[in-house]
Ligand binder design. Sequence first.
Ligand code: NAD
Ligand code: UDP
Length: 318
Amino acid sequence: MRAVVTGGAGFIGSHLCGRLLDEGYEEVVCLDNFLTGKPENIAHLMPRQGFSLLRCDVSEGIAVAGPVDAVLHFASPASPVDYLRHPLETLRVGSDGTRHALDLATAKGARFVLASTSESYGDPEVHPQPETYWGNVNPVGPRSCYDEAKRFAEATVMAYRTVHGTDAGIVRIFNTFGPRMRPGDGRVVPNLIRQALDGEPMTVSGDGTQTRSLCFVDDLVDGVLKMVRSGVSGPVNLGNPYELSMLELAKWIAELTDSVSGVTHIPLPVDDPRRRRPDITLARTALGWEPAVSVEEGLRRTIDWFATNRVPALVLGA
Ligand code: NAD
Ligand code: UDP
């Protein structure tokens, strides 16, 4: 078995590459241009038999010789700070990058899985969000480069299924956290953990009552691998339905890190979704998947990792 993972040097992609090798894939080819990923994320995989890295921009094209059984398309900036910094690259990897990854899967007769997102629902008016909800996306707001790129990517997957019969599926991933998130990537979990560990006040945007539902990366990877092995087209929500406000999250991280530096409020980003929680009925029934790691346990493991992989704030530019 041979898998290709685009964005394999990113946070989720690096966990996926490792798990594919652990679960019997003889070869895993990681494609990445290091736009937001890091060589360190895959350094432990480089010596492993069957793992290879191809440094390339998948928006320009993908050339992988030989047979391929699965293509997992995870390349894309994912943190709002990253995609606001790279809006055109984000649109291109969602459009051209997705098309190139689908062409590869189609040519090789491989299973294809697209990493889509809960941002497809925008600022949702239906709560929790089932896959049947069409969403509430501002098509010209600052987040649109990401939301619309992923929605276009989903439409491309559906068209390839219809036109070429590609064995392609879509997972809509809700906020996922864990080891190997970039401490400076701007997302709430790495930001608050780094700040708490460095004795800085934790930045909570707005009044902190907005909610998210956080899934530990090992659980998410389980769900993605179940999707790869299935013939399900989806879209299928993958996330942990445990919902909490950002103020509750900050208090939790303060307790787990013994931080006393408190909270400071920063402006709420434009179009920041008010609340978000996945309805995972479909993942339970179609994939037999649900999260197994509690948010508290996931936070403990993530804090441990950040504590042993400290990067000075100066280096982060934070
Ligand atoms: P990440 O930024 O850590 O990883 C993305 C990877 O894609 C990076 O290694 C980056 O260098 C690579 N990449 C970007 N553009 C590329 C290009 N044109 N060619 C080759 N490589 C490219 O982000 P992540 O959190 O690991 O997210 C991975 C995927 O999962 C993304 O597609 C994201 O949209 C999706 N997702 C993530 C979350 C989450 O909470 N982490 C939620 C929803 C969806
Ligand atoms: N957020 C925050 N403090 C930060 C970074 C983010 O309070 O330092 C908020 C952000 O405004 C949003 C939530 O935390 O309401 C989740 O943000 P993140 O960027 O992690 O992901 P999103 O779900 O918005 O893509």
